[in-house]
Design a protein around this ligand. Structure first.
Ligand SMILES: [Zn+2]
Length: 205
């Protein structure tokens, strides 16, 4: 009987020790998770998707068309993004952190492209890529290199300067990134004049 009385508190003590240890482990796990999650938080409103020179991004202007938002396109269409000039193969970065909603080939003119979902109805699209480094469903941090600038889709024409087609979509509607105050506060978007026109076409996207 004596031994039984002694073993009960021992068991409780052991259980308490295990509980305490588990709680500490859970706490440590939570802290690790929280720190890890913090690394996915955006550190700025937007990161330039292509290399910028002194926080300046330049839109495309060549024989076949201009790259500002709303520029004329074949068939009376309007350009729905910004064509940001960048050397071929330069890194394309996630403007904001999020989840890759699509990474693949376009049936239309976008070529190899990526769409990132940022939450709160905000998405960004990166088109004409040469390479894609992330797959659909992947989680990306702001500033991660997700691909490389290319000339896929309808940017193939030799007269079209290498660029990234960058689109900002808010609640399903493409908007002019240059009109966004949070972007304009960080980056100057330069729109060079168009060279003497080639009246043949307004190509590219
Ligand atoms: Zn474009």
């Amino acid at each position: 009987m004596m031994s039984l009385r002694l073993t009960i508190p021992n068991k409780i003590r052991a259980a308490a020790r295990i509980l305490g240890f588990s709680a500490a482990l859970a706490g440590l796990g939570f802290v690790c998770w929280a720190v890890y999650e913090l690394t996915y938080k955006d550190f700025t409103a937007i990161v330039a998707p292509v290399p910028d020179s002194g926080m300046t991004l330049v839109t495309r202007a060549d024989q076949l068309g201009e790259g500002h938002f709303g520029a004329a396109r074949a068939g009376g269409r309007r350009h729905q993004g910004l064509d940001l000039l960048a050397p071929l193969e330069s890194p394309v970065k996630a403007a904001k952190g999020g989840t890759v909603a699509y990474s693949g080939k376009s049936a239309k003119g976008m070529g190899e492209y990526i769409v990132i979902e940022h939450g709160k109805g905000v998405k960004t699209l990166y088109g004409h890529l040469d390479e894609r480094f992330v797959e659909t469903g992947a989680r990306v941090r702001q500033g991660d290199t997700i691909g490389a600038v290319g000339k896929t889709g309808n940017a193939k024409h030799s007269a079209i300067k290498p660029h990234l087609h960058f689109e900002l979509v808010i609640d399903g509607t493409p908007v002019d990134p240059a009109s966004q105050e949070w972007l304009a506060r960080l980056y100057t978007i330069e729109r060079p004049p168009r060279p003497p026109a080639n009246r043949q076409a307004t190509g590219g996207r």
